[in-house]
Write a protein that binds this ligand. Structure first.
Ligand code: UTP
Length: 297
């Protein structure tokens, strides 16, 4: 099987309850980090990794997400007429080639594994990436690109991995490591959200995956797992039971959990400070805030 990865699934059908009431009407993936919606960060990362086919698994109430990728002719004409060429370039950078995006509906939120499985007919017999847009990763070389390069060497399935604090490990899928080669680890087992006493390590899976079509087949046969949901982790772990390789990849970069409020705020500060057009004013504000807080202690 070719190791070229050109298709990516973006499962965005979750309910986003941690961001209620905002997510009553705004999909989580449209929420804005500085001035771009979360989904744009994921799309840019995917493009830089060579992805050409973008498959969104959506649900009821996510039409704003589909609209976001439409061409906005009126806005374009207006910016053109006013000579706002920089903004026009920003606008155009969000456009997608016709036919590059497909939308599949997940009719019930039955879990991440189920969402991925919903895209099976568009994947066929090729390796594919899965990207969770609420994991935003700041990196010199985009995380998925790092993984695609590593995957060209290893084959098998590959999941992005990072060490998390022991007390938080139970909220993640965790890797039981067979051999540690540095950036790449080979995996002997994976467990989704284990009890603390059952955690095999604190090396956690985060929202970037390169998977073989076998994982789609596993999703057909495995039982529902943690939380009564069809778990992607279980379908990948099934590969190990079938004696096929699974690797963890310790990416270089900083991951922000923008599915949580604290993570979203941290990302806002980090991405705000990284922007040359905002840094001066923002840094001064943060310094002043810090000084006031220190004085209050
Ligand atoms: P989360 O665990 O973050 O769930 O899903 P959520 O519904 O988005 O948010 P909370 O926990 O209620 O606040 C991880 C990823 O899997 C997708 C989500 O859209 C998100 O990208 N997902 C989850 C689905 O597409 N379908 C599902 O049934 C579950």
């Amino acid at each position: 099987m070719s190791r070229k990865v050109t298709k990516a699934i973006f499962p965005v059908a979750g309910l986003g309850t941690r961001f209620l009431p905002a997510t009553k009407s705004v999909p989580k993936e449209i929420m804005t980090l500085v001035d771009r919606p979360l989904i744009q960060y994921a799309i840019d990362e995917a493009r830089e990794a060579g992805i050409t086919d973008f498959i969104f698994v959506t649900s009821k109430g996510k039409s704003a997400l589909e609209d976001y990728f439409d061409r906005s002719v009126e806005l374009e004409t207006d910016l053109e007429a006013k000579g706002k060429h920089e903004l026009l370039d920003v606008l155009k950078s969000t456009y997608m080639e016709s036919g590059a995006i497909a939308y599949i509906r997940q009719h019930r939120a039955l879990g991440l594994g189920h969402a991925v499985w919903c895209a099976r007919r568009l994947i066929g017999d090729e390796p594919f990436a899965v990207m969770l847009p609420d994991d935003v990763i700041a990196a010199d070389k985009p995380c998925l690109k790092q993984m695609v390069e590593a995957y060209e060497e290893t084959g098998g399935c590959m999941v992005a991995a990072m060490e998390v604090p022991q007390e938080k490990a139970s909220s993640y899928g965790l890797l039981d490591v067979k051999a540690d080669m540095g950036s790449v680890v080979s995996v002997k087992n994976m467990v989704e959200k284990p009890k603390p006493e059952d955690a095999p390590s604190n090396l956690a899976v985060i929202g970037r995956y390169i998977l073989t079509p076998d994982v789609m087949r596993n999703l057909e046969t495995i039982d529902r797992g943690a939380g009564g949901e069809l778990q992607l982790t279980d379908a990948i772990a099934e590969e190990l039971r079938q004696n096929r390789n699974v690797f963890g990849y310790r990416f270089e970069g900083q991951r922000f959990d923008c599915g949580s409020k604290a993570g979203f705020l941290q990302a806002t500060v980090a991405f705000g400070l990284a922007r040359s057009d905002l840094r001066g004013e923002f840094e001064t504000y943060l310094d002043d805030l810090y000084a006031v807080r220190q004085a209050q202690l």
